[in-house]
Design a protein around this ligand. Structure first.
Ligand SMILES: Nc1ncnc2c1ncn2[C@@H]1O[C@H](COP(=O)(O)OP(=O)(O)O)[C@@H](O)[C@H]1O
Ligand SMILES: [Mg+2]
Length: 279
């Protein structure tokens, strides 16, 4: 369980990346969503004890992120957004080195590495040099490390950004099979919807709302989203498109030629809050 109280982070005098936020995360898989610059990485780095907050407190399974940082590093693993494997090692070696550094014995780490490598779909490449692997496969090495570590808390910063659809599904399946509590960040709404029990929506360093996907989408129940090239009554402008929310039964009489009808996703929460998803 993760608890944050009035967490705040300023970089220098200008950038207020996280603005006095408070929350409790106690579900199995939580997604932190929000556009670039929302403060997701900063928050994750504070919680995983890599960065000190400017003020405020947080605890992980009862341990304070400042006082008990050493203890948290034992029970938690964190995969940063820009992780690059050492190029001349194979996935098997990299994962075993990581597990060894965390104190796991040789035989156990071999078994855990093999299992995790199979799970993420790297088995055929397990003994190749990391340099020979694609970007997606390199990313999978780190997800396999987190999986094999058997940690109580796993932080994954954008684990699937830029990956092909099959790799993403393999990573989702690996994440679902993790035994500990998982916190991921993502800007893919369908990823948050497919994976998480709890969603924390961030914008400009603040929490917009928190809940299960179902709870968050409750205000949109029975509605569809209509995208139009022209301004309509009560529509929101996103880029060059006007977006309206219409009851399903009324959609037929509302739509005009050229309009597109879409199902509601978490994107719609940001649109309704007036967050410009393009910037
Ligand atoms: N090391 C840093 N030094 C200065 N500003 C930073 C640093 N890291 C992030 N920022 C700024 O803090 C804000 C939040 O960034 P970040 O936490 O990376 O957001 P996200 O992960 O949601 O894209 C952005 O305005 C970003 O430019
Ligand atoms: Mg980030």
């Amino acid at each position: 369980m993760i608890e944050a109280r009035n967490l705040d982070k300023k970089y220098g005098n200008d950038t207020h990346a996280v603005r006095s936020i408070s929350f409790t995360l106690d579900k199995k898989i939580t997604s932190i969503i929000g556009q670039n610059g929302a403060g997701k990485t900063t928050l994750l780095r504070i919680l995983s004890t890599q960065l000190l907050p400017t003020s405020g407190t947080a605890s992980i399974n009862g341990y304070d992120i400042i006082k008990d940082a050493a203890r948290i590093r034992e029970i938690a693993v964190s995969i940063p957004q820009e992780s690059r494997p050492i190029y001349w090692f194979s996935p098997t070696i990299l994962i075993m080195l990581y597990l060894g550094a965390r104190g796991m014995g040789l035989r156990e780490s071999r078994r855990a590495a093999d299992k995790a490598i199979k799970k993420v779909g790297l088995w055929d490449s397990r003994d190749k040099m990391a340099a020979e692997l694609s970007g997606g496969m390199k990313r999978k090495i780190f997800v396999a490390m987190a999986l094999a570590s058997d940690a109580d808390i796993i932080f994954l910063d954008e684990p699937t950004t830029g990956l092909d659809p099959l790799s993403r599904i393999q990573i989702w399946s690996a994440i679902r099979s993790m035994k500990g509590q998982v916190i991921i960040t993502t800007h893919y709404m369908e990823e948050a919807q497919a994976l998480s029990d709890d969603v924390l929506m961030m914008n400009k360093g603040r929490v917009l709302s928190q809940g299960s996907v179902k709870e968050l989408l409750k205000p949109f129940e029975g509605m569809v989203r209509v995208e139009s090239k022209m301004r309509r009554r009560r529509s929101h402008k996103v880029g060059d498109t006007w977006i309206s929310y219409v009851k399903k039964g009324k959609a037929e009489s509302f739509v005009m030629e050229g309009d597109i009808i879409k199902s509601i996703t978490l994107d719609d929460l940001f649109i309704k809050e007036g967050v410009n998803l393009e910037s």
